[in-house]
Each structure stands twice: as C-alpha cells, then as structure tokens.
Design a protein around this ligand. Structure first.
Ligand code: DHK
Length: 149
C-alpha cells in the first residue's frame, strides 16, 4: 500500500447528493469517490475510500492506514470536526500527513462549526470549494508526500 492514500468521510456524508443540496451540492459520495480516484491516479496514487457514521471506526482507519503503509490521509470529519479529540489524537498517534477538507466554508456558517479539533493536527485545511475540495486536497497531499504527476 506504499502508494495509497486514505480518503475518510465522517457522519452523514453517505447522504451526499440528497442531504441539504443547497449547501452540499448534488454530487453523491460515489461521485466524490470517482473524483478522488481520478485525481490520485494522476500522481500514481491509489485511494482507499471510506465513510462511517461512527467515531471509533474512523479512529481505527487511521491506525489501519499507518499499519498498511499509506502515504497520507484526506479526511472530511463532518460532524466530528468540532467534537472529536479521539480523531485528533489518532492523527497525532499515527503521524501520517493529513489534509482536512470541508465541502462548505465552515467559517461562514454557524459559530458551532468554526472550532475544528482536526485542524490542530492537520497539515492543511481546505473548505468552501464544494466537492472539488477533495481533488484539491489530494493534489496538495500528493505534493506534500512528493508524489509526481
Ligand atoms: C460536513 C458536515 O457534515 C458538517 O457537520 C460540517 C462539513 C461541514 C462539510 O462542509 O463538508 O460542519
């Protein structure tokens, strides 16, 4: 798995496409997966694409990524962004370069969405580009880890 990046999606992103489309758009999670795979392939990278509504499962995936020799992680922590010290600690524990992405501009939304625990460990943060942010996150991660197009 030396050329693999994990793309981890948090709670409710399984409903992408039908969930509040005025905020999150109409692309589905399957569309996002395709975008991620196509973007990663340009840098010779393959993608492990995951989604969970359960915090502990997301923590486990960081440890799995490390054990499998992944190059890095892109995560949309969704509703766990502002609550999960466990995911923050997992990022620090495994030490993999991690890019945080949000579809919406969380800083232009309700105040309770502004304070990200994940940002304290992420190497970079992207928000507000819609699902295109996933392609930007993978492109940035590829540059961070020296994966060439
Ligand atoms: C997705 C969510 O589910 C929210 O909980 C976050 C994020 C924003 C997004 O923009 O991708 O607050």
């Amino acid at each position: 798995m030396a050329n693999t990046v994990y793309v981890i999606n948090g709670p409710n992103l399984n409903s992408l496409g039908t969930r509040e489309p005025e905020k999150y758009g109409t692309a589905t999670l399957a569309d996002v997966e395709k975008l991620c795979r196509e973007t990663a392939a340009r840098f010779g990278l393959t993608v492990e694409f995951r989604q969970s509504n359960h915090e502990g499962e997301i923590v486990d995936w960081f440890h799995e990524a490390k054990a499998n020799g992944a190059r890095g992680v892109v995560i949309n922590p969704a509703g766990y962004t502002t609550t999960s010290i466990a995911i923050l600690d997992a990022i620090w524990a495994v030490g993999l370069p991690t890019v945080e992405i949000h579809i919406t501009n969380i800083h232009a939304r309700e105040a309770f969405r502004h304070n990200s625990y994940i940002s304290k460990a992420a190497r970079a943060v992207i928000c507000g580009f819609g699902v295109d942010g996933y392609a930007l996150a993978i492109t940035g991660l590829a540059a961070m880890v020296g994966a060439k197009s």
